[in-house]
Design a protein around this ligand. Structure first.
Ligand code: FES
Length: 97
């Protein structure tokens, strides 16, 4: 139904999602890169360990928390990808400071 015209394709950037290189359009969110990579879960809940993936894509649900470039608890749907960005799943509760 909708197709991107060949002459208007956006430039892409390569990011690492859980160590796997993924190409996504420039300006996409880190959460979009996670979904494009096909990860089964981006984080696990601290209490039950239930798997979670980005859901709302607008900063409301917090199901997209990830470790981005070494910083935990980032809402990946609110972070724009940059070349070489490292996006890693977040397991369990964050360690206290
Ligand atoms: S996907 Fe809901 S806050 Fe990021």
């Amino acid at each position: 139904m909708f197709a991107t015209r060949p002459d208007t394709r956006p430039a892409t950037v390569e990011v690492l999602v859980d160590g796997t290189p993924v190409r996504v359009p420039e300006g996409a969110s880190a959460a979009a890169a996670v979904l494009a990579a096909g990860l089964p879960a981006l984080r696990e809940t601290p209490v039950t360990g239930a798997p979670r993936l980005p859901y709302c894509m607008m900063g409301v649900c917090f199901d997209c928390l990830a470790e981005i470039d070494g910083t935990p608890n980032r809402q990946s749907c609110l972070v724009t990808v940059s070349p070489g960005m490292r996006i890693a799943p977040q397991r369990g509760a964050r360690a206290p400071l």
